[in-house]
Design a protein around this ligand. Structure first.
Ligand code: NAD
Length: 361
């Protein structure tokens, strides 16, 4: 049966993958609420925005009246809350926006959802019984791991290190409190680092690809030995849609790809793929023999977590989700995508993607 999904942050990296998956591979209706900050890009939705099942609301999740109106107008069955400020370095330079969107925005959305859920219970017990609020979060809330074999599980205590992860930890706690206190049917997922198509070029993998293609230095923090657990974004989107529909209310699911890599090895992999793929697909004038020659080590980020790694066995056992891509296949797809979609990233680099803003809020 067709449902209505309310997706926040659907013009962002992961949100747009969720929206594309829902429109292209299901029959569901999607309402995308996005403020279109620098990280929101409507061009990432070009393949789905003409669908009659897709609706866009240009709005800030901190606007309570507007959020209540969206719930009233669209009567959603499932909320998938991805809107956030998401870049750790930006949170160190200016934490205020992170507190506003990630904490106050989540609170505002929870309150609008609570009011809507109460109305739903009074009007239609059947519709109310299917309602779900799925909050999308990060494994960075757990802090970092020091033992080489340790993994984050759903019961690992929270110990966030950066303003970003602290704001996400706060939002996770709010969501669980709204479930315990008010009976709002919520779910939380915490995922490892994502990579793939349509990733904003400030993040490690797209930054390295685009710097390499431009013949610029490839800056690696510290000694590059920080370990991250990488998941292809479309695998994450499929996991999220499955949890939103089949996860047990009140539960948390960790999502990860079993792909622990040191940052320096990620950069080596990208350089080697570009060395291999560049002759046939790139028209850049870079003269290095190998892109590895462009790697430079820069001062480490303050508070930089050493290692993250996810135990994803609960979602695998309870819901049968497994990633479709390995690190090798996902990285190859990603590099190929950036080589074939220059228009998308060029418009981000030159700022013209922001010309599509639909008026300021
Ligand atoms: P992103 O920065 O690419 O996108 C965020 C989106 O939210 C943008 O479209 C932006 O315009 C929108 N937004 C920001 N503030 C808003 C506001 N006040 N109101 C409405 N919209 C607003 O982020 P992403 O990488 O796609 O991450 C999405 C979610 O997944 C975040 O909650 C993040 O914490 C979580 N997450 C990300 C990763 C990762 O590796 N990127 C991993 C795990 C979890």
């Amino acid at each position: 049966m067709s449902k209505t999904f309310l997706v926040t942050g659907g013009a962002g990296f992961i949100g747009s993958a969720v929206v594309r998956e829902l429109i292209l591979n299901t029959e569901h209706r999607v309402v995308n609420i996005d403020k279109l900050t620098y990280a929101g890009n409507t061009q990432s939705l070009a393949t789905v925005s003409d669908s009659e099942r897709y609706f866009f609301v240009h709005q800030d999740i901190c606007n309570r009246d507007a959020m209540e109106k969206v719930f009233d107008d669209f009567q959603p069955d499932i909320v998938m809350h991805l809107a956030a400020e998401s870049h750790v370095d930006r949170s160190i330079d200016g934490p205020g926006e992170f507190i506003q969107t990630n904490v106050v925005g989540t609170y505002t959305l929870l309150e609008a959802a609570r009011k809507y859920f109460q109305q739903l219970k009074a009007q239609s017990a059947e519709k109310a019984s299917g309602f779900r609020f799925h909050h999308i979060s990060t494994d960075e809330v757990y802090g970092d791991l020091h033992g080489a074999d340790d993994l984050f599980t759903e019961t690992t205590p929270y110990a966030p290190s950066s303003p970003y992860s602290a704001s996400k930890a706060s939002s996770d706690h709010l969501v669980r409190a709204w479930q315990r206190t008010y009976g709002l049917p919520t779910l939380v997922t915490n995922c490892s680092n994502n990579y793939g198509p349509y990733h904003f070029p400030e993040k490690l993998i797209p930054l390295m690809i685009l710097n390499a293609l431009a013949g610029k230095a490839l800056p690696v923090y510290g000694d590059g030995k920080q370990v991250r657990d990488w998941l292809y974004v479309e695998d994450h989107a499929r996991a999220l849609i499955q949890v939103a529909q089949q996860g047990l209310i009140g539960e948390t699911y960790n999502i990860g790809g079993h792909n622990e890599k040191q940052n320096i090895d990620v950069v080596y992999t990208l350089c080697d793929l570009l060395d291999e793929l560049r002759p046939s697909q790139s028209n850049t004038e870079v003269t290095v023999n190998s892109y590895r020659e462009l790697i430079t080590f820069v001062s480490d980020r303050p508070g930089h977590d050493l290692r993250y790694a996810i135990d994803a066995s609960k979602i695998e056992q309870d819901l049968g989700w497994v990633p479709q891509e390995t690190f090798e296949t996902g990285m190859r797809k990603t590099v190929e995508w950036y080589l074939s979609n220059q228009d998308w990233w060029q418009s981000v680099l030159d700022g013209s993607y922001q010309g599509e803003r639909l008026g300021s809020l």
